[in-house]
Design a protein around this ligand. Structure first.
Ligand code: PLP
Length: 291
């Protein structure tokens, strides 16, 4: 798993793009979660016994950690808010798979959730590792630097002078470390969780807004992980153009990028951030909505 992911060409809405196929690295441990957990993947299994994390019940980070812990023989404890009844009755997607991989789920009442996550953060000893929600951690830096190195090499081999690297942001961890490692490239992102001020504050926490980072804003306000017909349309168009993307992050990134495409000079490399396994449950939700 140490060789570079491939780069493919994609024509979309009359424009040329390159796509770095990080979603093909592994079905469960793919995309930016593979990159963010890379340092952990490299660690010998003896180094930890238990991994602790918390967050959403269909989170991609949760699934990737579950897959990693299964490979390493680590026990994975994951704390969440109560699982919605409809999901309990009909387990699908990331939660179903993570449980099958042996994840120990701890549901905490809404009113106790904040307190409980604070307690988890302070609970640490030598053999227990706490991974923050979404993998937003300096731990991610090493693996994203490997990604940055692959991009630099590809850029040189293809003699590309002006390069824009595109990737959607949740916690902003991927975009932050990518922009920090690629000062001569413009990293374009958009806030999929929260808005631009939220994303900027995330970057401040990680070490300050990188100069090479540009945060694009959509003309419309979207809520995280909600179904929107225009997002489904863009997902389908991308699939017809030859590549399947995830249904939570990629549609808003592509939608926003297309709105502002005339302001982007040079070549564009979209780094596929993975997350395809979660599409099953998201497509169910689109179906229920009647889209
Ligand atoms: C987690 C995730 C992101 C967001 O990554 P951050 O580093 O948290 O900004 C983007 N796309 C997909 C598919 C993801 O699973």
């Amino acid at each position: 798993m140490s060789s570079a992911s491939s780069v493919d060409h994609l024509t979309f809405h009359g424009r040329d793009f390159y796509v770095k196929r990080d979603e093909l690295i592994d079905p469960l441990l793919s995309g930016n979660k593979y990159r963010k957990l890379y340092s952990l993947i490299q660690r010998p299994a003896e180094q930890h016994d238990i991994i602790i994390s918390f967050g959403g019940t269909q989170s991609n980070a949760m699934l990737s950690l579950a897959a990693l812990c299964r490979q390493k023989g680590w026990v994975f404890h994951y704390t969440s808010k109560p699982v919605p009844l409809h999901l309990k009755d009909n387990l699908t997607g990331n939660l179903k798979m993570a449980l099958e991989l042996g994840m120990q789920l701890h549901e905490v009442a809404l009113e106790d959730y904040g307190q409980e996550t604070l307690r988890l953060k302070s609970q640490r000893d030598d053999s227990t590792l706490f991974v923050p929600q979404g993998g937003a951690d300096p731990l991610a830096q090493g693996g994203i630097e490997v990604l940055a190195e692959e991009i630099k090499q590809w850029q040189q081999e293809h003699d590309i002078e002006t390069l824009n690297v595109v990737t959607p942001s949740g916690t902003g961890t991927t975009a932050y470390y990518l922009a920090s490692a690629l000062p001569d490239v413009t990293v374009l992102t958009t806030a999929v969780v929260g808005d631009k001020p939220y994303l900027e504050s995330q970057m401040e926490m990680l070490g300050g807004l990188p100069l090479s980072l540009r945060i694009l804003e959509n003309r419309k306000k979207y809520h995280f992980a909600k179904p929107y017909p225009e997002f489904l349309a863009i997902y389908q168009e991308l699939q017809e153009a030859g590549i399947e993307f995830d249904l939570i992050y990629a549609p808003k990134m592509w939608h926003t990028l297309l709105q502002q495409i005339d302001s982007v000079e040079g070549d564009i490399l979209y780094v596929h951030s993975g997350g395809l396994f979660g599409n099953e449950s998201m497509l169910d939700r689109y179906c229920h909505k009647g889209f």
